[in-house]
Ligand binder design. Structure first.
Ligand code: AMP
Length: 584
């Protein structure tokens, strides 16, 4: 298939941000695609070459890309850098340079999509000595053989900046329309995606084997299952109302969630974001080997513990461990516990089993051992007072509160529903829960904060439109150490102008790619014409904003920007707040 075909569709897609139009373009593209390579098309649309959990990165430095453009176009590097500075987009800079190519290309065959993909694969597979040179050669070679317009997209892909503004579910809609003629079938595809985390794989199965094959798909070892998520609730009463009067209450531990896949000696750990984190936790791997069970997928929370007493320590202690280079030393200084709370596979998929049955299976299989492996503490109760007491006990034991679980519920991969609920301690005038917000911009600091950022602009995620909408400025809760950390980690996400997925009326001194998620508490959600979160929903001309926002000290490295608090959640919280004010 000619690469030009996909590039033409990308060009059309760039002209619109309307979801329906984007979907239509995708449908057209999928219909033009030969079935064998639909998976490759899917990955490329997402700006990658393999599903995220494989952790394959193209890993090309910007400098090298600019140099490749210079070589291929015959123009001075300084000129290319100027094009880049002016446009803020490496693809546009490359396109412009190659349009002005010094030597015209006399003979060029049409670029095939398979060829582009296989070269990208080669680039990703290179590592070690001499790999940078080879990568450079491959890119220059790709540019030499492509038109300026094709180069624009190749460059965006290799720099990790192909942003077509399409969310996963738009791709699912388009697949359903292209291959089954009905958008309704998206739910079937979505389920397959939720249990495999691989859109390319689902698309290829659909294209080659049809919808019934996709319907029969089951979760399998070493393909991560998208995690089940929890809704917030206010109190124990609500927990019982939403579970027909009886529920499980588990400790809500404050650590890092992992999904463990094990078959014989092969063990893999996936983070909540489905990244492969196997190498981060050699001690966990050892402990799991000792479990003596096989063909299993477990979910657990890794929590730092006190060396001497074995008591739980806060999330920050786990993060200290992350920052250490020497893993042996980190393991000694920051020991951890693995707290298992669910089983998703045991010789076959267990997702359809009820919570009650999965927990019973877990209890029959897991031997708690040497303080590392533990089953998450749990009670089953129909008494609100017992829930309150258990909550106090969990907080006294160093946890965040409780996870309430519906006894009859199956494991709902990728869903945030009331089958799982988080219950934290209630604050009277404050928002009952913290929010996870995305840093989209920053303001230069003054006085003591000169040379760092003094305040940040934060956003919530608007899932339906795949946009980040501003909700608050924040300057409270930061220590000097935090500010140093933010200054350095945000460096690689700096942009020349506001990101296309960011919606903000306020200006910032510096804009960032929406990547870094931080935890924030606030006293209240208010209406504000300045912020664009949930604009016009509660009142025309007003969005939602935070009063007295404060950073809790937690950078949520475990969350993608798309996992941040959503506009829907903020609206729900706003309504809850109004209701509790009325009742007070
Ligand atoms: P949140 O990140 O605030 O939405 O809370 C959900 C997270 O709580 C999950 O992703 C887990 O990392 C964590 N968690 C802690 N304890 C449990 C538990 N007993 N069951 C499920 N998740 C838990």
């Amino acid at each position: 298939m000619k690469f030009e075909i996909i590039v033409d569709v990308f060009e059309e897609m760039e002209k619109t941000s309307k979801r329906l139009e984007l979907t239509d373009h995708l449908v057209r593209l999928f219909k033009l695609t030969s079935k064998e390579i639909i998976d490759k098309i899917i990955y490329l649309i997402q700006g990658k070459i393999r599903p995220d959990y494989e952790g394959i990165e193209l890993g090309i430095a910007e400098k090298m890309i600019l140099k490749a453009i210079s070589i291929s176009s015959g123009l001075e590097l300084s000129l290319i850098e100027r094009f880049y500075r002016e446009s803020g987009d490496i693809g546009v800079a490359g396109e412009k340079a190659l349009e002005n190519r010094k030597q015209s290309v006399l003979f060029r065959e049409d670029m095939e999509l398979e060829k582009v993909y296989s070269i990208l694969e080669k680039i990703a597979s290179l590592s070690g000595e001499g790999s940078q040179d080879l990568k450079f050669k491959y890119i220059a070679n790709l540019l030499n053989n492509s038109t300026p317009k094709e180069s624009k997209y190749i460059l965006r892909i290799v720099s990790g900046k192909l942003r077509l503004g399409i969310a996963d579910y738009s791709i699912l809609d388009a697949l359903a329309l292209a291959f089954t003629d009905s958008k309704e079938n998206r739910v079937i595809l979505e389920h397959a995606y939720n249990i495999s985390s691989d859109l390319g794989f689902v698309a290829k199965k659909l294209a080659l084997e049809g919808l019934s094959a996709v319907k029969e798909l089951k979760a399998s070892l070493f393909k991560p299952i998208r995690p089940m998520l929890a809704e917030r609730i206010q109190n124990a009463q609500e927990a019982l109302e939403r579970t027909n009067g009886i529920c499980a209450a588990e400790y809500k531990l404050d650590g890092e969630r992992v999904q463990i896949h094990k078959s014989k000696d092969k063990i893999m750990l996936f983070s909540r974001r489905l990244e492969n984190v196997t190498l981060h936790y050699p001690d966990v791997i050892e402990a799991i080997k000792g479990l003596g069970i096989d063909n299993i997928i477990l979910e657990a929370e890794i929590v730092a513990i006190d060396q001497n007493t074995g008591e739980y320590l806060p999330f920050q202690d786990l993060m200290h461990r992350r920052r250490k280079y020497n893993i042996e030393e980190a393991m000694r200084e920051y020991p951890i516990s693995l707290n298992i709370f669910d089983i998703l596979y045991y010789n076959k998929e267990c997702l359809d089993m009820s919570y009650k049955d999965r927990r019973a299976l877990l209890e029959s299989l897991i031997r708690e051992s040497n303080n590392i492996i533990r089953l998450v503490p749990m009670i089953i109760t129909s008494d609100a007072e017992k829930i309150e007491e258990y909550m106090e006990q969990s907080i006294a034991d160093g946890c965040e509160g409780l996870m309430i679980k519906n006894l009859e519920s199956s494991y709902r991969a990728g869903a945030r529903e009331y089958a799982w609920m988080k219950l934290k301690r209630e604050y009277r005038s404050e928002l009952a829960d913290s929010l996870d917000l995305v840093i989209i911009g920053a303001y230069h600091g003054k006085g003591r904060r000169t040379g760092k950022y003094g305040a940040f602009l934060l956003a919530v995620y608007d899932k339906d439109n795949d946009m980040f909408r501003s909700i608050s400025k924040i300057g409270t809760g930061f220590t000097d150490e935090h500010l140093d950390t933010f200054y350095s980690i945000l460096e690689s996400y700096k942009l020349k102008k506001k990101d296309a997925r960011v919606d903000s009326k306020l200006d910032a001194d510096v804009w960032f790619e929406p990547k870094i998620v931080i935890e924030v508490i606030a006293s209240e959600i208010t209406l504000s014409p300045l912020h664009t979160a949930s604009m016009d929903i509660i009142r025309r001309g007003s969005g939602l904003a935070l009063r007295f926002p404060k950073f809790t000290g937690k950078i949520r490295y475990d969350k993608n920007a798309e996992d941040a608090t959503t506009t829907d959640e903020i609206i729900k919280l706003y309504h809850k707040q109004i209701k509790s004010k009325r009742e007070a």
